[in-house]
Design a protein around this ligand. Structure first.
Ligand SMILES: [Zn+2]
Length: 329
């Protein structure tokens, strides 16, 4: 038989499946493995920790983008600017008094001051990036300590910065180059090195797409003797594949269930789409699960009631409820 078919020794109809590209391999990466096996995954503490982490990480990425893309003012243009302002402020009579040498000296001094200021500003910008990165490290360390966990979520990136002007030279690998400030960068001592921690790409996707919630439900189902498939796509009778957050079956009881997980308030659209999917797959036990404590509105309730879909809200606070449902099946 095709190995991409789930079947059962009982009375369940076989189902053909595909694993969506973005899911392939994700469970096997060490960091995700650690998160999935964490006992804190299915908890409000984890949700809050995640939200904080994602917020800081998003800001950090934007700051890094700004820092990397900022161009240095062209040296020649700068000199013209200084010359122009000297011309405006100092009239001919004064100029003669100061003398050509004096004017040159003033120009040079303004240029030095400007460069100092520019470097200071860029280093301040970089230090802000560092502070944000440090605050994420602290957040993770606190979480791990409080929950007695040992999860890892970051990648470390090394930033190489021109010592002369504060310009970003390269990330992760030291490169020889000419800095726009005029400095030749060919020795490691020409740069300052700073390490920044960011969320690992897989981890970011795992968090942002709410896979963490799906794996939390997956764990609940497994705990209650279900064989589970998290995030697979299944072929419906219409000839179309449908992605299902949690598909699970208990062959001995001829039971198959599908869950849709939302980390936000449910909408009628969510309910209708989910209903269409599971009916096309021939599944009669559907669960619409949400972390939101806001009660679903009456339209959604009526629709789900008439479609044999159960709504479970505040799922992180009321784990026993879902646990009992899965246990009794
Ligand atoms: Zn430079």
């Amino acid at each position: 038989m095709d190995k991409n078919i789930i079947d059962s020794s009982g009375r369940l109809i076989p189902l053909k499946y595909k694993i969506p590209k973005e899911r392939i391999g994700i469970e096997k990466t060490l960091k995700i493995k650690g998160i999935i096996s964490s006992k804190s995954l299915f908890s409000n503490a984890f949700k809050i920790f995640l939200e904080n982490l994602i917020n800081i990480n998003d800001e950090l990425k934007e700051d890094i983008e700004n820092f990397s893309s900022r161009k240095l003012t062209d040296e020649k243009k700068l000199e013209t600017l200084i010359e122009g302002s000297i011309d405006r402020v100092v009239d001919q009579e004064k100029k003669e008094k100061i003398g050509e040498k004096g004017i040159k000296k003033i120009k040079a001094e303004i240029l030095i001051e400007f460069k100092k200021m520019r470097k200071k500003e860029r280093m301040e910008q970089f230090n802000k990036i560092k502070d944000k990165s440090d605050s994420m490290l602290q957040l993770l360390a606190d979480f791990n300590e409080n929950r007695k966990e040992d999860i890892e979520v970051f990648v470390i990136k090394d930033f190489y910065i021109c010592k002369n002007c504060g310009n970003l030279i390269s990330i992760n690998r030291f490169k020889k180059t000419n800095c726009p400030c005029g400095e030749t960068i060919n020795k490691i001592k020409n740069v300052d090195k700073g390490s920044i921690s960011l969320l690992d790409d897989n981890v970011e996707m795992f968090f942002k797409k709410d896979f963490w919630l799906e794996y939390g439900i997956d764990y609940m189902l497994q705990k209650n003797s279900f064989k589970t498939f998290c995030g697979y796509s299944f072929l419906g009778s219409s000839g179309v594949y449908h992605e299902i957050d949690n598909m699970a079956q208990k062959s001995s009881k001829n039971k198959r269930v599908a869950c849709e997980c939302k980390n936000k308030r449910l909408s009628l659209k969510d309910a209708i789409i989910f209903n269409n999917k599971i009916k096309d797959l021939g599944i009669n036990n559907g669960y619409l699960i949400t972390t939101s404590s806001e009660k679903a509105n009456i339209d959604i309730e009526i629709f789900c009631d008439n479609s044999n879909i159960k709504i479970i809200d505040s799922v992180l606070e009321e784990k026993e409820e879902i646990e009992n449902i899965f246990k009794k099946m």
